[in-house]
Ligand binder design. Structure first.
Ligand code: EPZ
Length: 424
């Protein structure tokens, strides 16, 4: 795996443009399979997760091609319900495509999904939603087999507002016969984004973004061009980077409307913070004020995907704080690596107890997952001296050219390709 060589201590200075949301693009690719006609997704970034999702579509008979900065997806040629095991296991979002594939072929067979190692990633809520729509599902020797000639709309109440299960259900229900009402639906902005995409294709979805989503199934969907929302997690990452490191950053291509939870918790550490249309301007000293307590929660709560980046800020804050994770069973894999950099962090159950220290010191650390890697990158940029961060491919899953964007902000970070030296 590649690594970052970082010399900490610089402040941010400059502008960064936020890419389109990874967590919109993944379900939109899944939804394009249900559409079954050419769809053009504009301003398409390069995340390794979206590349994998596109490869799954191609492996199952669909096509895609990159042009004019976007991607044209044509799933009309989908010829199987059998998911390629290796690709499917690489990313969690592959399971979001189940409903779409069943709507096209009446069948889906897959191994159970992979993704970041942030605790068990069960699919029981996905299966519940598909069962409600009339899909017969069976788990046989680690494989999930789904069958349904024609899905029928139904009422359902999710036991937990699962983002992916909500998206799976919305996509499948869009082309089911009759009406579907999803209660306790996830409310993330990316859900409304997928619904907008599908409505542009002729679907009849209302209430996306609220806890109750109603879908009138239609016979077929038609292709469309679409521009997804910006990535609020990437915007939050650069906002937290500025609070942590100090400096002046102009974040373009994303407003604060979807990141108010982060703003509320960090604006006291900023000298200046304002937003106009799709720009955020932040100026900070780089001496974060105390953050007493943060509890992650489904939207509009504090995003779990910014938890590790927040821990980096809290590690040098002026006081102690508690960071509690309520969405995933274990998402503190990075904590031991933060300790290597001198952070005073103790994990007990689903909470991390952090006492702010005066400074962090550079060291050698290892990323184990996407957002943990982003948090460790920020911590290394803060740490005095040189740091080496291994496992950069984890970060590539959800950030496009992360090191280039950070470097363009005046930060000292270089990517070194993993030199596999052959023993001659
Ligand atoms: C989506 O994952 C995001 N991924 C995650 O972002 C994000 O952290 C998560 O939502 C929560 O916001 C994409 O959108 C591609 P969930 P998802 O279903 O859908 C449990 C990132 O870094 N659960 O809302 O997999 C599950 O184990 C990634 O960008 C079940 O028990 O999340 C977890 O504890 C990481 N059974 C909780 O629900 C199920 O069938 C939330 O999961 C499904 C989920």
């Amino acid at each position: 795996m590649d690594k970052y060589i970082i010399n900490g201590g610089n402040k941010t200075s400059g502008s960064v443009r936020i890419d389109r949301a990874k967590n919109s693009l993944l379900p939109i690719i899944a939804a394009s399979v249900a559409v079954g006609e050419k769809c053009f997704i504009e301003d398409f970034p390069h995340y390794s997760d979206t590349e994998t999702m596109l490869e799954i579509v191609r492996a199952m008979g669909g096509k895609y091609r990159k042009k004019n900065g976007g991607v044209e997806i044509d799933a009309s040629g989908l010829s199987t319900g059998f998911f390629p095991p290796k690709l499917f296991s690489k990313i969690r979002a592959s399971v979001f495509m189940l409903g779409a594939v069943i709507s096209r072929t009446g069948y889906a067979e897959t191994v159970l999904p992979g993704g970041c190692n942030i605790g068990a990633r069960p699919v029981d809520i996905h299966i519940y939603a598909l069962n409600r729509l009339g899909v017969e599902t069976k788990e046989e020797n680690g494989r999930l087999v789904c069958r349904c000639e024609k899905m029928k709309g139904a009422d359902m109440e999710l036991p937990f507002p699962s983002v992916g299960a909500t998206e799976n259900a919305v996509i499948a229900a869009s082309v089911a016969e009759g009406t579907t009402v999803i209660k306790n639906a996830a409310r993330e902005p990316e859900i409304a984004d997928v619904a907008r995409f599908l409505n542009n294709c002729g679907a009849k979805i209302s209430g996306a973004g609220s806890p109750i989503i109603t879908i009138e199934g239609v016979k077929r969907l038609k292709g469309t061009d679409y521009l997804p929302v910006p990535d609020r997690i990437e915007a939050g990452t650069f906002l937290l980077a500025t609070v942590l490191l100090g400096g002046e950053t102009e974040i373009t291509g994303c407003g604060i409307q979807n990141i108010s939870a982060i703003i509320n918790k960090t604006e006291h550490s900023a000298c200046k913070l304002y937003s106009f249309n799709d720009k955020i301007y932040i100026k900070a000293k780089g001496m974060p004020e105390r953050i007493r307590k943060i509890v992650t929660a489904p939207y509009p709560g504090y995003p779990t995907d910014l938890q590790s980046q927040t821990a980096a800020v809290m590690s040098v804050a002026n006081g102690s704080g508690v960071l509690t994770e309520t969405v995933f069973p274990s998402r503190f894999g990075y904590a031991s690596q933060l300790k290597t950099l001198g952070a005073d962090i103790t994990v007990k159950g689903n909470s991390a107890y952090i006492n702010g220290v005066k400074s962090l010191a550079g060291g050698e650390v290892y990323a184990e997952d996407l957002r943990g890697g982003a948090g460790l990158t920020l911590a290394c940029l803060k740490a005095e001296g040189r740091s080496v961060l291994h496992g950069v491919e984890h970060i590539d899953r959800g950030y496009d050219r992360f090191e280039e964007k950070l470097s363009a902000l005046g930060l000292d970070i270089k990517r070194v390709k993993n030199q596999i030296t052959r023993e001659l």
